[in-house]
Ligand binder design. Structure first.
Ligand code: ADP
Ligand code: PHD
Length: 422
């Protein structure tokens, strides 16, 4: 059994979906559990639907939803060559359910409504791909992953109930492979014990695939991307990147921790626990070697690994009476960050101040500053970038930093981080 994951970029257009079909066809007789994300940009569009609904701008929300419907119906029609197919009834049902949600008064939290609306993207994309595959002879079974992945009600970042979900996988998913070679399921979503839809965090489909791989004891998980494999930096941000043929789980966890937006940070643990290799392959050319992520790889083989996080904010936190920032105060500061679920990307403390760098997330930052302000004086600086280089070399570091004003720096033998203003 292999687990495949196709992300939004691979479903960007009718042509790309046909390319995905060709990849799947090149694995005849394999048992494949295929996890699929929403078509490119759909999740962002659905977020706008949720925001407008919550702001009680129902007409705008309904119009945005209608646009998404049109776009999906067009793709489905282009792939199937007809509108006379049960798929269109299924799509209609999904949209009717979303319209019911839009008809409600938003009495519960934003995160709850977000999850009821935003997971729609994966239900649509999987239904379309499944129907298209069946129409061209790639026989498969469509699975509603909300019947399998049981989570808590931590909406927008739900946690999987592993024992319950494992039982569901064993009792409901494994038997499907007696009558089909291919099962298609949604990434990113699950459901609570009250049958409320949840999402697992943005870009969480890699993680969904890893949960399946773990629970199915898969021989490997492959994530199909628009890049030749895992590279030493994001090729959209840096020229002259190189492909990394082999890298360890630990190193990928570090990359994700520092903000590399290529593999979801939660993906590795379920795979590492069962020593399942993670392959990163290019859907544009499946013959490229890609990257193998496994337990041990000699770090001497690795090039310098570069991660750049944009849109950072530096907070300088000082006690109001200029007293020392000692352990008790640091503990208060941590509690505030933890309570508001704000991740610190870099921190440093001096005698009377504590500096830290966080993502500029407008949803959270206002409340964070307000809460910190009750005890501390806050100065903040926006529009910054955080560079992390592992296995750094001086020449490269100076080249990358050239012309930038460095506001904070931290280094260990393996890693350097620099927060700068361009
Ligand atoms: N170190 C890296 N190696 C390769 N790609 C990277 C890296 N860091 C960031 N990326 C970006 O990840 C993108 C692919 O991931 P993503 O857009 O999330 O795909 P999908 O949504 O289809 O799964 C690439 O186009 C690339 O710009
Ligand atoms: N569609 C969701 C989940 C996901 O993982 O997408 P992708 O595989 O395209 O990053 C998102 O955009 O967050």
């Amino acid at each position: 059994m292999k687990v495949f994951k196709f992300g939004g970029a691979s479903l960007e257009s009718v042509e790309r979906i046909r390319q995905v079909a060709q990849i799947v066809q090149s694995f005849p007789d394999e048992k494949l559990l295929i996890v699929i994300s929403a078509m490119a940009k759909t999740t962002n569009e659905l977020e706008k639907v949720a925001q407008n609904f919550f702001l009680r701008k129902r007409e705008i929300a309904a119009q945005l939803l209608f646009n998404i419907e049109q776009q999906h119906v067009n793709v489905a029609e282009a792939l199937l060559g007809t509108k006379d197919h049960p798929l269109f009834i299924q799509l209609q049902q999904f949209f009717t359910e979303a319209e019911w949600t839009l008809g409600e008064k938003p009495l519960r939290t934003y995160d709850y409504y977000y999850d009821q609306l935003v997971g729609l993207g994966e239900l649509l994309s999987t239904s379309i791909v499944s129907a298209f595959f069946n129409s061209i002879g790639i026989h498969n079974t469509w699975l509603d992953v909300r019947d399998i992945f049981r989570t808590d009600d931590n909406f927008r970042d739900a946690n999987i109930d592993w024992p319950y979900t494992q039982r569901q996988v064993t009792e409901k998913v494994v038997p499907l492979f007696n009558s089909t070679n291919i099962v298609i399921a949604q990434g990113f979503i699950g459901s609570t014990d009250q049958n409320e839809s949840v999402t697992l965090g943005r870009e969480g489909s890699d993680y969904s695939a890893a949960v399946f791989a773990n629970m199915l004891d898969a021989e490997s998980q492959t994530i199909w991307k628009d890049v030749e494999g895992l590279k030493n930096a994001d090729p959209k941000l840096f020229p002259n990147t190189v492909n990394i043929p082999e890298i360890s789980y630990g190193e990928v966890i570090e990359m994700a921790y520092y903000g590399a937006q290529v593999i979801h940070p939660k993906t590795i643990k379920p795979l590492q626990n069962k020593q399942i290799p993670l392959l990163v392959k290019c859907f544009l050319d499946k013959n490229l070697p890609g990257t193998v992520i496994k337990e041990t790889v000699d770090v001497k083989q690795l090039p310098p690994i570069i991660v750049l996080k944009k849109n950072q904010v530096l907070l300088n936190i000082t006690s109001k009476d200029y007293s020392f920032i000692t352990e008790d105060k640091i503990s208060d500061i941590y509690e505030i960050f933890h309570g508001l679920k704000v991740k610190i990307n870099l921190m440093q403390n001096g005698a009377i101040n504590f500096s830290c760098c966080i993502d500029n997330n407008p949803e959270k930052i206002e409340l964070l500053i307000k809460t910190l302000h009750e005890q501390f004086k806050i100065v903040y600086n926006e529009g910054l970038e955080l560079l992390t280089v592992r296995y750094y070399q001086t020449g490269l570091l100076e080249e990358l930093s050239d012309g930038h004003t460095i506001l904070l720096e931290q280094r260990s033998p393996a890693t350097i981080q620099r927060l700068w203003k361009r």
